[in-house]
Design a protein around this ligand. Sequence first.
Ligand code: GRF
Length: 188
Amino acid sequence: MPDTVKRIAILFSGRGSNMAAILTQLHHKELEVAVALTNNPEAEGIAIAKEAGIPCEIIDSNAYAQREVFDAAVVERLERYDPDLTVLAGFMRILTPVFTERIQAINLHPSLLPRHKGLRAIEKSYKDDFDEGGVTIHRVSSELDGGEIILQKPIPKKGVSFEDYTERVKWAEKEALVEAIRKNLTER
Ligand code: GRF
């Protein structure tokens, strides 16, 4: 482990397979995952965080009528752990400036941005006229999927079934996320 251990926070909403990849490849090897946080009390990823023995914060977004109030609760909770970087790994929320102006974060998106921002990006990428789809890691800004691009991984589509293409996207996401975290933390 490096002398000064960098600390990251991971935000997720669902299965947590990307979080699991970060825990396996980086946690207690190159950095420390200080906390995992979800907006979904039913998220399968909660079990992954608990099994890894890291704190898992649950802030139910359905309990908040206003986005800004939810974001303020997330920011307050994250700041208790003082992460060097926050990683959105399948965190299905549009964030407001309450979050984006206070938290340094990166996000994973399954298309070659700026193509196909928002939902169903894998399907839209597969169906468009480009030879390649792919994944993008970008900085989080208050524009949905609009922050500065950190890295991209193109994935050829020719002769590939939608199922295989989707599998390749899932692989590439994990590779790209680990690479982007390393890149981001070494640049600081
Ligand atoms: C990822 O495939 C990402 O593209 C999308 O949500 C999925 C999260 O997967 N935004 P998991 O929860 O990390 O398994």
